[in-house]
Design a protein around this ligand. Sequence first.
Ligand SMILES: Nc1ncnc2c1ncn2[C@@H]1O[C@H](COP(=O)(O)OP(=O)(O)OP(=O)(O)O)[C@@H](O)[C@H]1O
Ligand SMILES: [Mg+2]
Length: 385
Amino acid sequence: MSTDDIATLPDHRLLSLLDESRMIIVCGPGGVGKTTTAAALGVLAATHFAKRVLVLTVDPARRLATALGLVALGNAEVPVHLDRARGTLTMAMIDTKSSWDDMVRRHAPDERTRDRVLENELYRTLTSRFVHSHDYVVTERLFEAREGGGYDLVVVDTPPSRSALSVLDAPRRMEQFFSSRLLKLLTAPTQSRLLSLASRPFFVVADRILGAAFLSDIAEFFTLFRTMEGPIVARSRRVGSLLAEESTKYAVVTSPEPVAMREAKFLVDELRRRNHRLAAVVANRLVPVRLGDGALKRAVGLEASLADPVGQLAPPERRRLEVLVACEREIAAISAQHGSAVQRIADWGALVVTGEDRGGDITDTASLLALGESLRTRVTTERQE
Ligand SMILES: Nc1ncnc2c1ncn2[C@@H]1O[C@H](COP(=O)(O)OP(=O)(O)OP(=O)(O)O)[C@@H](O)[C@H]1O
Ligand SMILES: [Mg+2]
């Protein structure tokens, strides 16, 4: 089969999904179009519904970010102009460092604690260098976006594959962190316990290499951080339950390449294992229908005119036709591969939405809407596993 054999259904299912959800979390392997799809879903929702839509993105491709005015703004929420939209669209990038700083400003019990945390070396290193430090701030941003009451739909872009799962696990991990014995040991009753650890061999060496400031920074950081335990744990719990709500849906994006599909299937299984509501799998960057449709027929037709003994083709004309035949055959072969990839994805048992490769980059709201519209009109039937 080829992409032109994909059964297309009336387009209401993707739109119903956008209409019914309050949060859509877009996950997938690296580079398959998660950020683009999240933005396209946001544009589609704001165009069709009188909703206030927020798209929270992670690290968008530079040209898209520039086109949407996201580059210089870090964490700020930017209104995006759409022609003929019924609702409004706002986009924001999740900047890890500034999100942590905002969180400390919000939760610190007093100004002194706030300033000491912000100036603490360990805090600075943790928030700017550690990959997982991103996960928790996404939680904070989700809380603000949902509980702030400003938005009807929040579309959340995530980092590639397994990191998306660690974003989803972040609320629970944060709670575990605060109740951990290690934190209690480090902070109770005062810093003295930690500082007394400093006489142990590891710390003696650490102290020599890293300087005494390192140890006191650790002690200070954990002690100060604990003063924010109450609000942080409360929010983590709330976000944990938001992630599991009926109106929170998950979409997995994949390309038709085998490596991406393996990773996407892993995500699908993990989301289900965690009882998250997988609403759709988006098979992105498929051969466009206008190219794939009838490519084989066109190749066969051209071959017939090449074989025609009566028509004497001039050599340049013959060569031109041969090139065209080769192109059509190649398109037909890729289209067939994509068609069977989509069929395999349909076996995963979720709604499959197909997205065409639109050539070049997708860098403005018009091309995002065009992608969104093509997504909603190429919904395929799903088969149950
Ligand atoms: N359907 C499409 N047609 C054409 N180009 C596309 C399509 N989808 C995505 N792209 C392009 O592919 C590139 C990667 O897309 P994107 O940044 O959305 O991927 P991602 O999955 O978010 O990547 P990462 O894992 O790095 O975050 C971008 O240049 C984007 O414009
Ligand atoms: Mg991305």
